[in-house]
Design a protein around this ligand. Sequence first.
Ligand SMILES: [Zn+2]
Length: 476
Amino acid sequence: MAKILIPSALRAFTNGQSEAYINGATIGQVLGNFAEQFPQVRRHLYDDQGRLRNFVNVFLGDDDVRSLKKEATPVKDGDVISIVPAVAGGTPELSKEEISRYSRHLILPEVGMDGQKKLKAASVLIIGTGGLGSPLAMYLAAAGVGRLGLVDFDVVDASNLQRQVIHNTRAVGRPKLASAKEYILSINPNVQVDTYETRFTSENAFEIAAGYDIVIDGTDNFPTRYLVNDVCVLLGKPNVYGSIFRFDGQASVFWAKKGYARRGPCYRCLYPEPPPPGLVPSCAEGGVLGVLPGIIGCIQANEAIKIILGKGDLLIGRLLLFDALGMKFRELKLRRDPKCPVCGEQPTIHELIDYEQFCGVTVVEEDGKRVNSFDITAKQLAGKLAGEPIFLLDVREPEEYQICFIPGATLIPLKQLPERLTEIDGTREIVAYCRTGKRSAQAVELLRQAGYTSAKNLAGGIHAWADEVDPSMSKY
Ligand SMILES: [Zn+2]
């Protein structure tokens, strides 16, 4: 006898039973006997021709039976069979409005009515509604993905609008989630939009991600990237990856689910260790061409749709590199690392860890805000400058200094800092700043290593200074 785990969607037809013990030598026989015992279940499992419906996934232990011998897969005593329907309670039907809306999909043999219903039944979680999240959410909504989850806690800033096309000028100052949801519903009111106005953390990640078929990484920082990766590996979900910087983009599909036929590497197989904090500048520091996240985000949306449809060759085991200036795509082969700490043969990570610590970011709680322990806020700095002798170090480039500077600052661009350390007045407390706080974080790291252990970083950079202390200052 094998044990069948019955999904909640089918329990209405099994007298509420969540499991059943059924005889049978193959998957086909066990499911047949199961439908015999609970006749109402049959139409949910089989189509009119008696074929197992293609949106019903059947797993023997951890393995999708499609990667084994399908319905002919042998079953032993004590085996556990899980029925995982893509849809709660059967296939969603398309309304007349949806049929005309999706008509260009419906006439594609690779999508068709079946595919469009799969899209409607699917759920996709998008982490971040910024540069990548914008095209992702817009195209997935337009394509008819039934449920989109969005995680973000930021507000729309004027400097976002150059690439985060889901937000508009009127939305500046509004929460990104409210702005994104409004726009998604204006594209396609058939989409259910779930919003999570929170940071994606080790504490909430499982709970949020568990309810979705696919997770898409649209983040811009390393701690969240590793978190998204580990959650997906541990939950066996596909992680559609994209990243952008200046003119370069990357995309891949990480799907390290054990037993999954097309199992590939995970993000940790590619990058086992994060770079030290500050070494890789973010888009806020290094800049990014506005259309680049549009291109990479669309590639991610394309892969997500292919996963849902079960069509085409996915970017599993392949890293796509895009160079917008050279207008070149390249592709690298990625291999699963058998020693990978999370998806390898003997994994050492079985639960979520402290990703900020893992990435070397030291975070402390201050007035309910999470700040780096080496940070000082603009207001705190203004207070100190009024009373104490501070050595204020500007590590930006001369062109940036010409736009604006904090009075009293000494300009030493970050690149020149190692050779010009003698110009630092170590008898005073040192505060470094740049545009948004990333380059100066590197400077503080360097200063601390050089023995200036009291060096602090102006959090949010001269931007925060303009926002909180001197509104007359130009922002760039
Ligand atoms: Zn891995």
